[in-house]
Design a protein around this ligand. Structure first.
Ligand code: ADP
Ligand code: MG
Length: 342
């Protein structure tokens, strides 16, 4: 937890310097909170503190509905009973998330939750499940079996469970931006724990500068310039454990095997206009690995990405390379992905 705070502080310092006082528009308010199992920092310009207070209330409301561990939540009820009525917003979130599961061919799969639990990532009581146990659990992993009815009722087959955790923070970023915009805010920076969402640019008109963490240390890979976009990173370094013989197991699982995804990547950062898509893709592309992630990017073309490989390379899409400043002491070989497969 301490590391998380230090990291959040670094990011805040890096992004600091709103420039000038005086004009109401450039005065900022900020609010720190702990929700959805992570530290969040909301920073908005031209708003008063009450706006962020109600934004926090909105976060808590969303968490109360979507938490997989809170007994009163809709998701908890769904997992207990196989059916639950979601609010229209949460149902829409589920529909979009399931569409992304389909688009990634199940690299993202909301029903992988029981497997995540078997590894102990939900409680911190880590263990390595036997192959037989994983096979039995994987038989009940299939996002295509989740039904979302028009009235918001979500249903699951017997033995299935679902968790929206892989996309909730990204979606929350979108939701908070809409909320702030409705209240006249035109410039905000929301750090939702690994998910950064920007609203507009900085009050002086320049782009936000968002640091991308080095998966292999405490420093930064570099800084990306963004406006009205989300920057989401998924990495093996975020949550993992090491067994007696030194093998590292991390929390991003390949739904087809039930094992931690090991396809040559140690971190994936996705930059794009839709927070939910960026969040879900950062997990999915991590599972897919470099080749398939590049093919996916070429086919969709509505996001930018930065991949860090196990063998020390940093791969950037051309659109991101143009607005990425590498850290001075960067120890990776920088490569720009080609628009066409070579
Ligand atoms: P975090 O929530 O830790 O920032 P991510 O957004 O990358 O991380 O989502 C990873 C979380 O989603 C894991 O902690 C796990 O609960 C779940 N998860 C792991 N692998 C997958 C997967 N392939 N598809 C969907 N959810 C996954
Ligand atoms: Mg994610």
């Amino acid at each position: 937890m301490k590391r998380v705070w230090i990291w959040a502080l670094c990011l805040a310092l890096l992004l600091g310097g709103c420039g000038g006082s005086g004009a109401a528009r450039s005065e900022d308010v900020s609010r720190e909170l702990f929700a959805m199992d992570t530290y969040m920092t909301l920073r908005a310009f031209g708003a008063d503190a009450a706006v962020l207070e109600s934004a926090e209330a909105l976060i808590r409301e969303i968490e109360a509905e979507l938490s997989v561990t809170t007994e009163s939540s809709a998701v908890y009820q769904l997992n207990e009973t196989g059916a639950a009525r979601f609010s229209s917003e949460a149902a829409e979130l589920a529909r979009r998330a399931l569409a992304l599961c389909a688009e990634t061919n199940g690299a993202l799969d909301l029903t992988v939750y029981p497997v995540v639990r078997a590894w102990g990532f939900t409680t911190g009581e880590h263990r390595v499940p036997e192959r037989g146990e994983l096979d039995a659990l994987c038989a009940k992993v299939d996002h295509r079996q989740v039904q979302v009815a028009d009235d918001g009722t979500v249903t699951l087959p017997e033995g299935f469970e679902m968790d929206l955790g892989a996309v909730t923070k990204g979606w929350l970023g979108e939701r908070l931006c809409a909320y702030l915009r409705e209240r006249g805010v035109e410039s905000a920076l929301l750090d939702l724990g690994g998910n950064v969402q920007t609203l507009g640019g900085k009050p002086d008109g320049s782009a936000w500068r968002v640091g991308v963490r080095d998966p292999d240390g405490e420093g930064l890979l570099g800084v990306v310039e963004v406006r009205d976009e989300a920057v989401v990173t998924s990495g093996g370094y975020e949550r993992y454990f090491t067994d007696e013989d030194g093998t590292v197991y991390w929390h991003i699982l390949d739904p087809s095997t039930g094992m931690p995804a090991r396809n040559g990547l140690i971190s994936v950062t996705v930059v794009g206009a839709e927070g939910l898509r960026c969040d879900g893709l950062s997990t999915a592309l991590f599972v897919l690995g470099q080749e398939r992630a590049a093919a996916f990017w070429r086919a969709s073309g509505d996001f930018e990405m930065l991949l860090v490989t196990e063998d020390g390379r940093l791969l950037l899409t051309p659109g991101l390379a143009a607005r990425f400043t590498p850290d001075a002491g960067l120890c990776y070989t920088l490569e720009v992905l080609s628009d066409v497969e070579n």
